[in-house]
Design a protein around this ligand. Structure first.
Ligand code: BGC
Length: 750
């Protein structure tokens, strides 16, 4: 499919859309989405179209719509909608003519702008501009501005605009309506409550009008429909007049820390006071304070990529922008969902995507945010203990999908239709995809090592490390060979269910237990656990390379049928293999959905020699379809480690195109947070060769031909480093100490 996206503007700070594209509404809503970690706002249009997926998600506000569903992030009230009627004709881009069109997301400022010259079916022409932002300075605030200029002559304008509580999550209704009302014919307020978790949502809104730069009071005719409240604002414009409407909205919830103890009425009063306060400032001043915070963040975190393909620079900024808006670092009871806050996909749940793919970015660039994400995992320990207990195990087993801190496991039981049986497929991941327990520990340990945050380790790190190790000890099963095995699991490769001794899971469990043992050597005590760990570490089965260097992804993988995968490898869409095989059949073929054993070779790189890495990279790359968006970054990193620079660059480009390219339609349900983190990992861990292993930070760049320079910030032990990789040289400037070290001849090829 061709794309309407334009990546060539504004020195790689702007993502443009050069034509109105009905087919890509959903994807564009995700790619252009706005947010601030408190909430995420899909970039649906003001006027609305068939096929759109309007969405506003407030972090942490999980709710379970009905008994046979799992908890999810509900789609909050729509605040964006605004219908313009011009001389009796409703403004809509699928009627009349579009004379010019442009939509741009400015990654530097977080503002979305859409400019249109539109000819109504009757022939009158209008210039319209819509801008909006989600404030970084005031987390519950969304600012919108609509500018209208009639070109052909005078016009009677009616603006219908307000708050719409009819939103659902693909039909599932999460809210009970509590109250809707207007104040002073000016302020609108819509109050609802989630039907199971009982969270109050209070949306408050005001509209401000200016004609030719002069403020105008236009009293609205307020109306209420079912689950909505809006105002009709009517006025007359002469040709060449300019109307500016500022629409300011706030969303407060009873989950906000500051409002937790408040009654619904107090939250409503708070919302009203907040809207009065922002109204006095107006869009421009509010946008300026938000923009100033974006500028500060960019000044601290900007990465420069000098590449033959300017898209590379844009891709990393796009990734950093989304990493920033998806992360609820204001509250450590919340984490990053697989789709961030940009869509309904994966129900807002947190997966290993966060610990292994998103967290490293923050660990190395904004450690305070990393700490918040690590604390979230600590805060979910009670749920992890519960999950272990329910499975008959000890210690803490982290849920495959995680939501509110006390929820425990929230993976749905059933998924898509089975090709052969026609029944919904059982989702096994929540029961047997267990490597996440070690992934959580890996992420926390990286944070501790990179920051030296011993207070965190003592208070929150140790309990997680020890409890998870206790889980693994109880989970291992003794086989006839006297070794300890992990039977009946799913590894990262979800095309292989109910396998034994998945290499990734076994090694990570071993690593988790080994870390716990080391911690106990420092801490002392827990004699029984120490003895158990010593035994489990000595006896756990760890697959070894055969004489050629090949390692088995799991106990049976190498015995399975090999088929010609060319067709699926060449498809420009993912999951195509499901059109020919069901999950059961995929279990009997040597095909991997995503990077599996290969992740080990970089997470635990010191355990394996070059030959093993190279042999396995070649073997498994040929059998991996990258049907999960978080696969490509691993292959990029490994290719780079193996000095396959051009292949690594190819993976980096592909990873960058998952959300920005036209093909991956799963972006419609939200951007892919792990892939977004993977763009950063591909560039920094892959091409720039940064790695933290066994407490040692190393940089071993392998720049491909197209890239001549990468400059990036890196936090290490509380100090901010500015690293520049260029030509044969690495320059490291320590901004805390003011020292600079230059290392030359760093580019030895193998
Ligand atoms: C992948 C998982 C991932 C999940 C959420 C699945 O398709 O196989 O590894 O955690 O998506 O992104």
């Amino acid at each position: 499919m061709s794309t309407a996206m334009d990546y060539t503007r504004g020195e790689q700070w702007l993502i443009g859309e050069s034509r109105f594209c009905r087919e890509q509404l959903g994807k564009a809503e995700s790619v252009f989405s706005l947010g601030n970690g408190y909430m995420g706002l899909r970039s649906a249009t003001e006027e609305g179209y068939l096929g759109e997926r309007r969405g506003l998600f407030v972090a942490g506000c999980f709710n379970c719509a009905s008994e046979n569903e799992v908890t999810e992030l509900p789609n909050g009230p729509d605040v964006l909608g605004a219908e313009l009627t011009l001389n009796g004709c409703r403004f809509a881009l699928d009627t009349g003519k579009i004379l010019s069109y442009d939509r741009t997301l400015n990654l530097r400022t977080g503002e979305l702008r859409r400019s249109v010259t539109w000819e109504a079916p009757e022939g009158e022409q209008y210039q319209l501009e819509f801008t909006r932002f989600v404030s970084r300075a005031r987390l519950p605030l969304i600012g919108q501005k609509i500018t209208l200029r009639p070109i052909s002559g005078e016009v009677d304008v009616v603006l219908r605009s307000g708050l719409n509580g009819q939103m659902t999550n693909s039909g599932a209704q999460h809210f009970l309506e509590l109250q809707k009302r207007s104040y002073d014919r000016k302020y609108l307020q819509y109050t609802s409550k989630t039907n199971q978790s009982g969270i109050d949502f209070v949306a408050t809104q005001t509209h401000l009008f200016q004609v030719n730069g002069e403020a105008r009071h236009i009293p609205g005719v307020m109306a209420m429909g079912r689950r909505k409240i809006f105002g009709d604002y009517a006025l007359h414009l002469n040709g060449g007049d300019t109307l500016v409407v500022e629409k300011l909205s706030t969303i407060h919830t009873s989950r906000d820390k500051a409002l937790e103890a408040c009654t619904t009425q107090e939250i409503q009063e708070y919302g009203l006071a907040a809207i009065r306060e922002v109204e006095a400032l107006g869009y421009d001043a509010l946008f300026a304070e938000s923009k100033a915070l974006w500028e500060k963040e960019w000044a601290e975190s900007e990465i420069q990529v000098t590449s033959e393909n300017p898209f590379d620079q844009l891709a990393i900024r796009f990734a950093q922008y989304h990493l920033s808006i998806m992360t609820p670092s204001h509250d450590d009871r919340m984490s990053v969902g697989a789709k961030g806050l940009s869509g309904e996909g994966y129900k807002g749940h947190t997966f290993w995507d966060c610990d292994q793919f998103v967290l490293p970015y923050f660990t190395f660039t904004q450690p305070e945010k990393a700490k918040s994400l690590c604390s979230y995992r600590y805060n979910t320990l009670p749920g992890a203990r519960k999950k272990a207990e329910e499975g008959g195990f000890r210690g803490a087993q982290f849920p495959w999908e995680s939501a509110w801190v006390s929820d425990g496991e929230v993976t749905p039981a059933l998924g898509d239709a089975d090709l052969i049986t026609g029944l919904p497929q059982v989702i096994w991941t929540g029961k047997i995809e267990q490597h996440i327990t070690a992934d959580v520990v890996y992420g926390i340990w990286q944070y501790v090592q990179a920051t030296g945050d011993m207070a965190f380790l003592r208070e929150k790190g140790y309990p997680v490390i020890l409890e998870t190790a206790r889980f693994w000890c109880s989970r291992l099963e003794e086989g006839p060979d006297g070794r300890l095995h992990l039977n009946d699991v799913i590894g990262p490769d979800e095309y292989k269910e109910h396998v034994s001794d998945n290499a990734y899971t076994n090694y990570m469990a071993w690593w988790n237990m080994t870390l716990a043992k080391k911690c106990l050597e420092t801490l002392g005590g827990e004699g029984e656990l120490q003895a158990k760990l010593a035994d489990c570490i000595a006896r756990i089965y760890l697959p070894q390379p055969d004489e050629t260097g090949l390692m088995a992804q799991d106990a049976t993988y190498l015995t399975l049928r090999d088929i010609d995968l060319t067709k699926y490898k060449n498809q420009d869409y993912v999951l195509g293999i499901y059109k020919d095989y069901n999950a059961h059949q995929l279990n009997s073929i040597q095909v991997s959905k995503q990077a599996d054993i290969l992740i080990l070779f970089y997470l635990l790189e010191n355990l394996f020699d070059e030959k093993t890495k190279a042999v396995n990279y070649r073997y498994y790359e040929a059998r991996t379809l990258h049907d999960s968006s978080l696969s490509l970054s691993t292959h990029c990193i490994l290719a780079s480690d193996l000095d396959e620079r051009e292949q690594a660059y190819g993976f980096f480009r592909k990873a960058s195109e998952i959300d920005l390219g036209p093909n991956m339609r799963s972006s419609d349900e939200g951007i892919h947070s792990a892939s977004i983190g993977g763009i950063w990992q591909s560039l920094i861990f892959g091409l720039a060769g940064v790695r933290l292993t066994d407490g040692v930070l190393r940089i071993r760049p392998r720049l491909p031909k197209a890239i001549s320079r990468i400059a990036f910030p890196l936090w290490w032990q509380g100090e901010r480093l500015k690293v520049m990789v260029e030509g044969n040289t690495i320059t490291i400037h320590n901004t805390n100490r003011g020292t600079t070290h230059v290392y030359t001849d760093c580019y030895q090829s193998r």
